[in-house]
Design a binder for this molecule. Structure first.
Ligand SMILES: [Zn+2]
Length: 122
């Protein structure tokens, strides 16, 4: 069983990941990206400081059909993080990445932005 402090640290790391994704993904040249393309060079090119959790892990572009439901099961329950949307946003934008054994889909519109983290089983 993890301790309170360990869970708290984990939640803080998830907040860092969420903030990074909201900062990084909107700046990607989506139309130029190929499925499975390594995104770390873009982190560098955009002059972002890569968060520590990217070290030693892969972050790749995911051509994802978010409308397909994920297989169900305890390991596949997605974790959803919501925040308010952008008042100037037009329509709904969805950008998806693969990070280690997670598929992460970021959806934004004027009402809300949400990050959906799905653990993948291999
Ligand atoms: Zn997706």
């Amino acid at each position: 069983m993890p301790t309170y402090e360990e869970v708290e640290t984990g939640i803080q790391h998830v907040q860092e990941l969420e903030a990074f994704l909201h900062d990084f993904l909107p700046r990607l040249p989506e139309k130029e990206l190929k499925d499975g393309e390594d995104l770390l060079p873009y982190v560098t090119r955009l002059d972002l400081h890569p968060p520590g959790f990217l070290e030693g892990s892969e972050l790749t572009w995911e051509a994802c059909d978010c409308k397909s439901p994920e297989p169900n099961g305890d390991d596949h329950r997605p974790l959803v993080l919501m925040r308010p949307g952008h008042p100037d946003a037009v329509g709904l934008t969805i950008k998806c990445v693969r990070w280690g054994s997670w598929k992460i889909c970021v959806e934004c519109c004027w009402i809300y932005c949400r990050v959906v983290l799905t653990h993948l089983r291999f």
